[in-house]
Design a binder for this molecule. Structure first.
Ligand SMILES: Cc1ncc(COP(=O)(O)O)c(C=O)c1O
Length: 423
């Protein structure tokens, strides 16, 4: 048999490897925007940043985590440091099942896959379902991390506008009629807008998705962070009640995949999230996850279980709610006092973000440069629009900064906005 030998170029004359030419085609859609470069400046200590989606560092339960670390190492030492199953640590999955049952989601541990953060769940969903060119219906605006995850699988986005009650139903039906692969919805205190999907619309979304046969990805990292109003049933529960429970089926067969996360209730550094899905989907996601990271860190899963069991996490979430409610109120009060009246904004019932809309003709990306010069930062809203638009919108985070810092930051931003509104 003849083989063709390729001579290696001599090291003296060899040009530098042209790495970018070697990148796979699917990476070409991944860009890092000028905004991201600008936002790096916000990491300076004297800048008040409302840009990130960071929890308040003061609320991290350091002492409980330290004590739990000792217990995990003493009681499970070698197992905690060993490889483990891809599905996740069973006691943690069982705990999550009990936790979700209190919020109306009734599933078995077999329906739960632990992931390395909710972000990995989004990536695994993309890897499992999306072929190049598949369409995903999203809210507009929507979570940037989902756009990033699914752009890597060469998905195309069909954005549907939202209003104060969430995704607009007529526009949703139009989008679903075109035969998309998935529908992605954030029903509670949406990132970036802070808007909550109303109860009526929850029913309509589930009904339409079922009618058009489109699986729903329900992303709910903020559901527990409600500061006022009543808990609303998750789509996964409405779906189960509408289509399955009436037929007396006990297993979970729904058309909704539910994504949860411990990032905002415990600590994002743990990188713990989970997917709720029918068994057949979990089994396939397990194969997909094996190619990514084998399993989520055994140690942090055991640690999270140790911290959460016995009711500590519930008590901790009550503290988080109290602290964030105060911060939300501080931001709303400061905006009322310092923003020009022509600027409009949402009043979220929970979560960690609110969303402002500037008058026609203004561009929040241009304003950001000036804001950073005044040592305050936000994320321009266009980043959350899957295609285009959103130039006069912006996202503000209220969980990270203390109330007095929020007041000062909004005062600075108000000054910048005043200059533009009156220009
Ligand atoms: C809507 C939404 N989904 C998912 C995530 C991912 O969170 P994590 O990977 O920390 O669980 C975030 C984080 O901000 C988010 O806002």
């Amino acid at each position: 048999m003849r083989t063709t030998l390729i001579e290696p170029p001599s090291s003296k004359t060899s040009p530098e490897t042209p790495w970018p030419e070697r990148f796979a085609q699917r990476t070409l859609g991944m860009t890092s925007s000028a905004i991201r470069e600008l936002l790096k400046l916000t990491e300076k200590p004297d800048v008040i940043s409302f840009a990130g989606g960071l929890p308040a560092p003061e609320v991290f339960p350091l002492r409980e985590i330290e004590a739990a670390t000792h217990r995990v190492l003493q009681e499970h030492g070698p197992a905690a440091l060993q490889y483990s199953t891809t599905e996740g640590y069973l006691p943690l999955r069982e705990l999550l099942v009990r936790h979700m049952a209190r919020y109306g989601i009734r599933v078995m541990p077999e329906n739960v896959l632990i992931t390395s953060g909710g972000q990995q769940a989004l990536d695994l969903v993309g890897k499992l379902f999306l072929n190049p060119g598949d369409h995903v219906v999203t809210e507009e605006p929507t979570f940037l991390g989902a756009l990033q995850a699914w752009t890597a699988y060469q998905a195309l986005f069909l954005p549907v506008p939202i209003d104060d009650d969430g995704i607009r139903i007529h526009r949703l039906e139009e989008a679903l009629r075109s035969g998309p692969k998935l529908l992605y919805v954030l029903p509670n205190f949406q990132n970036p807008s802070g808007v909550t999907l109303s109860l009526d619309r929850r029913h309509e979304v589930v009904d339409l998705a079922c009618r058009y046969g489109v699986p729903v990805i329900e992303d709910d990292p903020y559901g527990q962070l409600r500061y006022e109003g009543d808990h609303l049933p998750p789509l996964v529960q409405i779906d189960a009640e509408m289509h399955h429970c009436s037929r007396g089926e006990s297993a979970f067969h729904g058309g909704v995949l539910y994504l949860g996360s411990l990032s905002k209730t415990l600590a994002p550094g743990f990188r713990l999230g989970w997917v709720v899905a029918p068994d057949v989907v979990v089994r396939k996601l397990v194969q997909v996850k094996q190619g990514s990271d084998l399993h989520t860190s055994t140690f942090t899963q055991m640690l999270a279980y140790e911290v959460a069991r016995g009711g500590f996490l519930d008590a901790h979430v009550r503290t988080v709610r109290r602290v964030y409610r105060e911060r939300r109120d501080a931001m709303l009060r400061a905006m009322e006092a310092h923003f020009p009246p022509v600027v409009r904004w949402t009043r979220p019932q929970g979560g960690i973000f609110l969303w402002a809309t500037l008058p026609e003709g203004l561009d929040s990306a241009e304003i950001l440069e000036e804001a950073i010069a005044e040592k305050v930062a936000f994320v321009p809203g266009a980043s959350f629009f899957p295609r285009e638009g959103g130039a006069r919108t912006l996202r503000l985070n209220f969980s990270y900064s203390a109330p007095d810092v929020i007041e000062e930051g909004i005062r600075r931003l108000g000054r910048v906005l005043d200059r533009h509104v009156h220009a």
